[in-house]
Write a protein that binds this ligand. Structure first.
Ligand SMILES: [Zn+2]
Length: 168
């Protein structure tokens, strides 16, 4: 996540082309080596099309969706911030980016309405293709991701506070 933020800042100073090439090299490296690189490979099957898009800033929550690093049970458990990797909403054994954005029952209504806007099934293999169809589709996906992930983060913070209060 830090890497992506760094790139967004770098964007302002460096020339566009330069920045994109650097970004692409970094993404490639990350996808090839990162522990959740296999997830990123699924959601970004065409790195070239991704890096050379003409619009679309990758914000904090979108980075979480694309990297699989963020407010997800599995990720939090690995970092010892939670005991249980499961989803508190639907009970899935593993709460990861795939569960949260694409499977979890809690968000199925919002997901259906997003599918209405982008005119296709919302799926890990096709989500970025949809975002690259046009900036309206990009914005629709981004807003879906922002709304639900923000809510989940708020709730996670409350849970951790309640947990800390219980232990004191
Ligand atoms: Zn769930």
């Amino acid at each position: 996540m830090a890497m992506e933020r760094e790139e967004m800042h770098a964007d302002r100073g460096a020339s566009r082309r330069d920045c994109r090439e650097r970004t692409m090299v970094r993404w490639k490296k990350r996808i090839e080596t990162a522990e959740t690189g296999s997830w990123t490979r699924i959601v970004i099957p065409d790195l070239n099309a991704w890096c050379y898009r003409r619009y679309g800033l990758v914000d904090f929550h979108l980075t979480q969706m694309l990297s699989g690093h963020g407010c997800f049970g599995e990720y939090l458990q690995k970092r010892k911030r939670r005991d249980d990797p499961g989803c508190v909403d639907c009970g899935a054994a593993s709460d990861d980016a795939n569960n949260v954005f694409f499977r979890c029952d809690r968000w199925s209504r919002k997901r259906r309405s997003l599918e209405g806007v982008i005119g296709r099934e919302f799926d890990p293999k096709t989500v970025v293709g949809a975002m690259l169809t046009g900036s309206k589709d990009w914005d629709a996906v981004q807003s879906f991701v922002n709304i639900m992930q923000q809510k989940r983060e708020d709730e996670e913070r409350d849970r951790q506070r309640a947990e800390a209060a219980r232990q004191n």
